[in-house]
Design a binder for this molecule. Structure first.
Ligand SMILES: *[C@@H]1O[C@H](CO)[C@@H](O)[C@H](O)[C@H]1NC(C)=O
Ligand SMILES: *[C@@H]1O[C@H](CO)[C@@H](O)[C@H](O)[C@H]1NC(C)=O
Ligand SMILES: *[C@@H]1O[C@H](CO)[C@@H](O)[C@H](O)[C@H]1NC(C)=O
Length: 484
């Protein structure tokens, strides 16, 4: 039954005990949908490593008493306007009374998470922001995509006419939501007043044109959401992105909010003293930027990557929750992804005291979050902390080699009608509890889910269930194969 959607699956028992071998390239549905290619997540699409952690600093600051916001901001701005570089914050404590904006081509680097300590008292502040507000992209003229069906994993679409398109051009593979598609996904009859996506919404896949051959356009990153002419009229829409900030880093320091907002009520009835606070916010259109070895404590929502931000790596984040959770208005998210090609790697959500009630979503995607996005080796302290796409058809999320609970589900009337929250989600070699469900017109995958299922009736496409699998990380295997 679970294998009914698969045309061919290769599951071979290896001699070693490391796990069951799965050839990910062979996994595909009857309609030809494959696992998305997640190797494009991260800084520079993972073609280049992050800048070396020990590269030379441009200038240094030592800790001092009193508010350090202006001192740090001025030093960063000076480095950025001289062409960029690293501001080194020596070990010690630095108080911030308002937020710091990391300017383009500039990194703020401490001596280590336990050594360089950034402290804030105001839970409504964003401690660090990457990017500035920019106006939207300049839209070109969309052209129709004429294929009957383009499966997930394909990097080619056929257009009505490719004249006027250029290699290197940014494009959205986009489709308006149709009522037929909403109905066929079982989303037309949510509770009164709730609505899932409507024909006013557009599902976007941001890409670049890699090659053009007659009317066939090859994209830089394969699709993470299928295009089915039975339900939609997809288009390829050229656009010019706004001038975006890039090459920004936050490294080797801790950010602590005290008094803590962790666990305080969120949403409309939430605690006003904690509204809007975050340790790091990556704004729209930011690209090729990162946070590495950053310990965050006391926040409710710790890190956010906005829509249209791309190619961001968050590596070695340790998020500690240190307050009893008031869930009267739902749960906070430690990390929220709305951007694309985001890589969260070797990171964790922890609790300061396992005896008190602390719950959160370690990682969520929001409505229409465009893939690929990757979570690699994430651990979360307690099973009810679940990595969960939150709402409205995000696509192309990988949860890879992680121990956090992972749920790809229909959230039904939750919220305003969050409904099917994810398509082309892949849980690969996960040790936590899991619910993997597929929407009627999509597919979510569980490959090597070896924790305890939380709910009967996982109807996603399950492969090697209850076994750990080899390769241990799909992201790394796909990246190695692409670089061959
Ligand atoms: C991202 O880009 C899309 C397409 O131009 C636009 O509709 C949307 O508002 C943008 N979002 C943000 C946060 O800039
Ligand atoms: C990653 O996979 C290896 C091999 O299956 C396993 O030993 C390790 O615990 C996994 N890491 C996480 C964070 O789940
Ligand atoms: C999986 O189950 C959910 C509800 O349990 C259902 O809405 C959905 O249609 C099922 N998906 C498939 C592909 O059968």
């Amino acid at each position: 039954m679970l294998f009914s959607k698969l045309a061919s699956v290769s599951v071979v028992l290896p001699l070693a005990l490391a796990g069951t071998n799965v050839d990910y390239t062979k996994l595909q549905t009857k309609q030809g949908d494959k696992l998305p290619d997640f190797s494009f997540c991260g800084y520079h699409a993972s073609n280049d490593p992050l800048p070396a952690a020990n590269r030379a600093a441009t200038s240094s600051l030592s800790a001092a008493s009193g508010d350090q916001t202006k001192r740090i901001q001025d030093a960063l701005d000076k480095i950025s306007s001289a062409g960029g570089g690293v501001l080194h914050l020596k070990a010690g404590e630095y108080q911030l009374s308002s937020g710091v904006m990391i300017p383009p081509k500039t990194s703020l680097r401490g001596d280590g998470a336990g050594k360089t300590k950034i402290q804030l008292k105001d839970g409504t502040l964003v401690a660090f922001t990457m990017g500035t507000k920019v106006s939207g992209p300049k839209a070109g003229t969309p052209v129709d995509i004429t294929d009957k069906y383009v499966p997930v994993g394909s990097d080619k679409v056929t257009v009505k006419s490719a004249s006027g398109l250029k290699v290197g051009q940014s494009v959205f593979i986009q489709r308006a939501v149709t009522q037929e598609w909403v109905v066929a996904n079982g989303m037309a009859n949510l509770e009164e007043g709730d609505h899932w996506l409507t024909p006013k919404d557009t599902v976007f896949q941001p890409r670049k044109i890699q090659a053009i051959s007659s009317d066939t356009v090859t994209l830089d990153v394969p699709l993470t959401d299928q295009l089915d002419s039975k339900y939609m009229s997809p288009k390829l829409a050229p656009y010019t992105p706004p001038d975006a900030s890039s090459e920004m880093g936050l490294e080797s320091l801790s950010v602590t909010l005290n008094p803590s907002c962790s666990g305080h009520a969120i949403g409309a009835g939430g605690d006003p003293k904690c509204k809007g606070g975050m340790a790091l916010s990556v704004l729209a259109w930011v690209t090729d930027s990162w946070a590495r070895d950053v310990a965050v404590r006391g926040y409710n929502n710790a890190v956010g990557v906005a829509q249209n931000a791309s190619r961001v790596t968050l590596q070695g984040l340790i998020i500690t929750r240190d307050g009893e959770t008031d869930s009267s208005n739902g749960y906070a998210a430690d990390i929220s992804i709305v951007g694309t090609q985001v890589l969260i790697v070797d990171s964790s959500t922890r609790v300061s005291d396992s005896k008190i009630n602390m719950k959160s979503f370690p990682i969520v995607t929001q409505g229409l979050t465009a893939g690929p996005n990757c979570v690699v080796r994430y651990s979360a302290a307690q099973p009810y902390m679940q990595i969960q796409p939150h709402a409205h058809w995000a696509h192309g999320l990988l949860v890879d080699n992680s121990s956090a609970t992972t749920t790809f589900i229909n959230r039904g009337s939750a919220g305003s009608g969050h409904g099917w929250a994810i398509n082309s989600g892949v849980a690969w070699n996960t040790a936590g509890d899991y619910d993997i469900q597929s929407p009627p017109l999509g597919v979510n995958w569980g490959v090597g889910c070896h924790g305890g299922a939380r709910q009967k009736g996982n109807n996603g496409t399950m492969v090697a269930e209850k076994e750990s699998v080899v390769p241990a990380s799909l992201f790394e295997a796909q990246l190695a194969d692409r670089k061959k």
